[in-house]
Ligand binder design. Structure first.
Ligand code: AMP
Ligand code: GLY
Length: 430
């Protein structure tokens, strides 16, 4: 039985933390459970509030949230974003007795500290780009290292920088300039420590693993599109679109499982910081060999928007069993394809212009095999307005990826707001 408790007449109560399209997708997936859960959210967004009750307590108030969870008998908390995880929200809620899908502060270091993640991969033989870690105090050594490093070279702020702390430098000048930016504190605390690493060329793949501290279960892999412009040009963003499943050969699937996910889960357990939640491995496939570019400690955004709908399974049971340490290890097969197109505001990612009136969301969401997940939206005076860089995630579903893609773009055509930007090449055949 789900979440091993006597529920009596009361619906099972679940709290989701976060406010993006990823959290909208999570709430949507949880709401479909046969358990008919009662859903709560903080802070949420107008799309999420149609499915989950908003709390007055903001996500940063960990102790208040713990009190609420105890009083209101919240059985499961699902934490969407990395920030509260790296601040220890899961520890506080777990101490107060809630089951939490999301890693402890110590385990969240896999994302919050790239220097930690690199050392961890080295300790467990997980393939990753060769690297050196520097602190700002090592300025001279870092300059010499970057000066002599073959091009392209990759520089990364070690701490959380919302996807903006990475530079792939193709010229020496660019490399040295981005090094100076790191040294001068362009990313503040996040760049107190930084990583310089070798460039890997290949195809990227996002692999999510649901983990209960010891065991893991793999949904189908996804591909996301990080650059702002078509043809993978322009700035790195949080993600402009995604699709799932990405078909991969059986041998590669096994390699990823055996060389990356299994040692990572076992390594974290061995170090006394077992990983509970969604471990996200951002991979570069160099020929047949998968290398880890980064670990994240939560569902990807927009990967969640395609992975969750692509597998028709009881996600509440699954996330609950991971949070309670009784996950059934294995693989989840996709039952359909999903393609997500992100609608962003003009100026994203640098300086998004918000406050535009959005039309057509209801019409798009009413189309068969279409889901519209909200991210940066605001409801006011009877209308929906843009309120962030990434505004909506439009997802098409289909038996084939081409069908899913077509539905997503048909739905996108119904939606409009001033300055709306999106990529037309998500899941396009290359
Ligand atoms: P990260 O946040 O570490 O995943 O880096 C963001 C993006 O930068 C990745 O999705 C890649 O496209 C690119 N990137 C990061 N590290 C490397 C690398 N070592 N070689 C090539 N591209 C990289
Ligand atoms: N889509 C990349 C990420 O969520 O980090």
């Amino acid at each position: 039985m789900l979440l091993n408790s006597v529920q009596g007449e009361m619906a099972l109560r679940v709290l989701v933390i976060g406010s993006g399209a990823r959290e909208h997708a999570l709430v949507w997936a949880l709401a479909r459970s046969g358990e008919r859960p009662e859903l709560f959210v903080t802070p949420g967004n107008p799309g999420i509030w149609e499915l989950a009750r908003p709390l007055e307590i903001p996500p940063q108030e960990h102790r208040e949230l713990a009190r609420f969870c105890r009083l209101e008998r919240i059985r499961l908390v699902v934490v969407g974003p990395e920030q509260p995880l790296s601040e220890g929200i899961a520890d506080v809620l777990r101490d107060a007795g809630s089951a939490v899908f999301g890693p402890s502060k110590a385990a969240a270091q896999l994302e919050a500290s790239k220097a930690f993640a690199k050392g961890f991969m080295e300790r467990y033989g997980i393939p990753t780009a060769r690297y050196r870690v520097f602190t700002r105090r090592d300025a001279e050594a870092a300059r010499r290292y970057v000066e002599a490093h073959p091009l392209p070279v990759v520089l990364k702020a070690s701490g959380l920088a919302a996807g903006k702390g990475v530079t792939v430098a193709t010229t020496r000048q660019e490399a040295l300039e981005s090094l100076e930016a790191l040294l001068e504190g362009a990313f503040g605390e996040a760049a107190e420590t930084f990583v310089v690493e070798e460039f890997l060329a290949g195809e990227e793949l996002s692999v999510l693993a649901l983990c209960d501290g010891e065991r893991f279960c793999l949904p189908p892999p996804a591909r996301d599109y990080k650059r702002a412009l078509e043809g993978d040009r322009g700035k790195n963003t949080g993600g402009m679109g995604a699709y799932a499943p990405v078909p991969i050969p059986e041998q590669l699937r096994q390699r990823i499982q055996q060389r990356i996910i299994a040692p990572a889960v076992q390594g974290m357990a061995r170090e006394g910081t077992p990983f509970v939640g969604c471990l996200y491995a951002g991979l570069m496939l160099v020929g047949e060999e998968p290398y880890v570019l980064e670990f994240n400690v939560r569902f990807g955004d927009p990967e969640a928007q395609v992975v969750l709908p692509s597998v028709e399974v009881d996600w509440l049971e699954l996330l609950g069993s991971a949070a309670e340490g009784r996950l059934r290890a294995g693989e989840l097969q996709a039952t359909r394809s999903a393609c997500c197109v992100v609608l962003a505001s003009q100026g994203y990612p640098d300086a998004p212009q918000t406050g535009a009136r959005i039309s057509g969301v209801d019409a798009a969401a009413a189309m068969p095999d279409v889901l519209v997940f909200h991210a940066g939206t605001r409801f006011e005076n009877g209308a929906l307005w843009s309120a962030g860089g990434r505004v909506l995630s439009v997802v098409g579903l289909g038996q084939t990826l081409q069908q899913a893609r077509q539905r997503a773009y048909e739905a996108v055509e119904r939606i409009a707001f001033e300055g709306m930007m999106y990529r037309r090449d998500i899941a396009a055949q290359r």
